[in-house]
Design a protein around this ligand. Structure first.
Ligand SMILES: NC(=O)c1ccc[n+]([C@@H]2O[C@H](COP(=O)([O-])OP(=O)(O)OC[C@H]3O[C@@H](n4cnc5c(N)ncnc54)[C@H](O)[C@@H]3O)[C@@H](O)[C@H]2O)c1
Ligand SMILES: [Zn+2]
Ligand SMILES: [Zn+2]
Length: 361
């Protein structure tokens, strides 16, 4: 029987989100229905609401979640009812040209549920990142459910479903940060601070957090920044050079999604260093770079989707690090809120008051 549940919907571009009843179908072949326990508010949800991702309104928001599998469809063997899972937006297909070359973390054909969730009048919803977890229950592809140790709290575990994984992976996977590296992270929100935590886990020696908000810089130090700079007050590029022997950082991570800060990353990078773009730009943005320096400085300009993570490999491992006290996921949680608190959480995010607001059910 399809179920009616409460969910957070963005109906039209720029308008406040609304709490509505949606219809969740029974899981079909390869699908699962998950009872959501916690779902973090990510800046990407706000990008959807503002029409910055695409125009497929209405959106069912929320995509950074953990919960319990309620039921699975035909043919599903990897998860079963009762499993504690983190939802992922990279259910790898195993068969695209990237998977076949042994690079499933770049899968070009990831799975989502086939059936659609709808409003009660039948209007088809677009779930954010194919998940839609600001909802009491959601329908996903079973491959989007990654089992992890149920000893972890859902509030902390869900964060790995998007922003924190994106930041950790931007440093550990895409940036390939290693022992003794210097790393600069531009934007110390949830994603940027996760990149700082990832750089520390990977053994970086110098970690510089850049933001325009002193509260964020305070958090950055807590997650492992050895230096911080308020770019409103001090030239970030000069500062980064000054604490790296005049050279710039080995890895510069942009976690804002803005051309100006991307340019700062480019300029703050040492020779043969790596720029990692994990912030999501708006579709109308463009960049211009001195071409001779793109060539002359060597190194790599990379983009990081989801921190190049492989959920089946990375989620259980990172949850274990969390349970061992080596990865402070709880530190990202500024507040827990009800399902009716998402719009207010967007405003708190815009005002810089929170790292993560997490909806609990
Ligand atoms: N690539 C991915 O897979 C992925 C996944 C999740 C989120 N994201 C993106 O990452 C970005 C960050 O997400 P978040 O949730 O951390 O957002 P956030 O709003 O919490 O953090 C952004 C931070 O950037 C700072 N900032 C803004 N302008 C700045 C400037 N000019 N100089 C320095 N700092 C500045 C803000 O003060 C804030 O601390 C967003 O664009 C989001 O869409 C990407
Ligand atoms: Zn694939
Ligand atoms: Zn996200």
């Amino acid at each position: 029987m399809p179920q009616n549940v409460r969910a957070v919907i963005a109906r039209t571009k720029g308008d406040p989100v609304s709490l509505e009843t949606i219809v969740v179908p029974d899981p079909g072949p390869g699908e699962a229905v998950v009872k959501i326990q916690a779902c973090g508010v990510c800046h990407t949800d706000l990008h959807y609401r503002e029409g910055g991702i695409n125009d497929d309104f209405p959106f069912l928001l929320g995509h950074e979640a953990a919960g319990l599998v309620e039921s699975v469809g035909a043919g599903v063997t990897a998860v079963a009812a009762g499993d504690f899972v983190i939802l992922n937006w990279r259910a790898v297909c195993g068969d695209c040209r990237s998977c076949r070359r042994g690079r499933p973390w770049l899968c070009f054909s990831t799975f989502n549920a086939n059936q659609k969730m709808t409003l009660t009048d039948g209007t088809v919803l677009t779930p954010a990142l194919g998940i839609g977890a600001f909802a009491e229950k959601t329908l996903v592809h079973a491959g989007q459910c990654t089992k992890v140790n149920p000893a972890a709290s859902p509030v902390a575990a869900g964060l790995l479903g998007c922003g924190v994984m994106a930041g950790l992976g931007a440093a550990m996977n895409t940036g390939n940060v290693g022992r003794g590296d210097s790393v600069a992270v531009f934007g110390c929100g949830g994603v940027g601070n996760a990149a700082i935590a990832g750089a520390r886990l990977a053994g970086a020696h110098t970690i510089i957090g850049v933001d325009i908000d002193d509260r964020k810089l305070e958090w950055a130090r807590k997650f492992g920044a050895t230096h911080t700079v308020n770019a409103k007050v001090t030239d970030a590029v000069e500062f980064i050079k000054s604490v790296t022997g005049g050279n710039g950082a080995d890895v510069c991570i942009e976690a804002i999604g803005h051309p100006a800060t991307y340019r700062q990353c480019f300029d703050a990078r040492d020779l043969a260093g790596t720029v990692v773009l994990v912030g999501v730009p708006r579709p109308d943005m463009t960049i211009e770079l001195p071409f001779i320096e793109v060539f002359g400085r060597g190194g790599a300009l990379k983009s990081s989707w989801y921190g190049d993570c492989l959920p089946s490999r990375d989620f259980p491992m990172l949850i274990d690090l969390y349970l061992q006290g080596r990865l402070d996921l709880d530190g990202f949680v500024s507040e827990t809120i009800g399902i009716d608190g998402v719009e207010a959480a967007f405003h708190k995010m815009e005002r810089g008051e929170v790292l993560r607001s997490v909806v609990t059910f």
